[in-house]
Design a protein around this ligand. Sequence first.
Ligand code: UD1
Ligand code: UDP
Length: 372
Amino acid sequence: MRVLSVIGARPEIIQAAPVSAALAAVGEEILVHTGQHYDEAMSDGQIADTGLPKPHYNLGVGSRTRAQQLGLAQKRLAEVIDQERPDVVLVRGDTNATLSGARAAAAAGVPLVHVEAGLRSRRKDMPEESNRVQTDRLAQLLLAPTAGARRNLLDEELAGEIHVTGDPLCDTLEQWRARIQPAGGDYLLATVHRNYNTDHPERLQEVLACLARSPWPVLMPLHPRTRARITEWDLQVSPWIRLLAPVSYSRMLALERGANAIATDSGGVQREAYMWGVPCLTLREETEWTDTVSTGWNTLVGVDADAFQEAVGRPTPSKRPPIFGDGRAAPRIAAIVADFIHRQASPSPATTGRPLAASSSSFSSSSEEVVV
Ligand code: UD1
Ligand code: UDP
């Protein structure tokens, strides 16, 4: 089987390594980087650190307006699909690279697999929400990381076949766990880059004001978007907050593991905080990773400095169920994709449309108990 697999931004790169290894065990992966992220620390440095193979293509899309990024990536992906003729296109997450891959696959008539399907923030001003919803509508295989994501897909009555696989980010972190020594000292780790936190000076200044209330010094690896805005608007940054360049994935894991608390608006960092058992304060009014909140490990504080200060000292819950799966999402994803391609290639009354739900290599789409 030939899987054309799309990456573009940092979180897709970080989650790709275990899926890539699992796909290599059952077929061929053509790895295509749209080039949405391109700084060494956001892209090639992360590829090297996570052990992801060098992409076969880098489409060099770079930084542009959303419409231009979507259009150019789709056009260049269409050319690669035409040349490589894959059995399926696999996209993950919710970036512009994700939606570009989905649109290119749909236009070429190639079945689409969406890893990390079914997440919803219900927030209309988030490009990621639009990317997720549109991608899920185009996908033939919807691979949900959690039972809650599956429920969202069922509620929307989408056409694709749904499986709950667990979260490949959990595979990535579990593969690192034994090698990561927590960074030392008392500190709060912070990351901020969401569009609605960084597109207006007042809002970004409020984010920084929240962080200044941390009881511990703040370490903040800065996304290039956030660094540019802080500089452009000459915002006030408390000396309590130490601004860093983006760090490698292994360094980030060490910083997360050693932190007294994490404050973030990142989807990946919220999940990693949970997986390490470090309390998280989310600098947003909503999250698509709702299980982290309902289990009591994550608090949505928005940009309310009082709410931030109140939540940062709160004791942690006694239980931390494995909401992101068992660290074996990637082999499950590869097995589901292989079975899907097999059914497409040899349709028969016995196999057509039969999901892999009964197979032991997959969580069944009704296996909410298995995931947790
Ligand atoms: C993108 C994703 C977001 C994801 C984030 C991960 C979309 C709509 N958003 O947001 O879901 O959480 O990546 O980090 O796809 N820049 C650089 N160097 C780089 C990349 C970006 O300097 O290597 C700067 C540029 O000024 C650019 C800005 O960051 O304009 C934003 O980059 P972009 O890729 O458009 O969106 P992100 O904010 O990174
Ligand atoms: N990350 C990293 N270095 C940093 C900041 C984040 O390696 O300086 C990792 C983080 O551990 C997580 C991923 O980047 O795995 C999350 O990506 P990001 O926050 O950029 O995007 P999101 O998850 O919000 O889409």
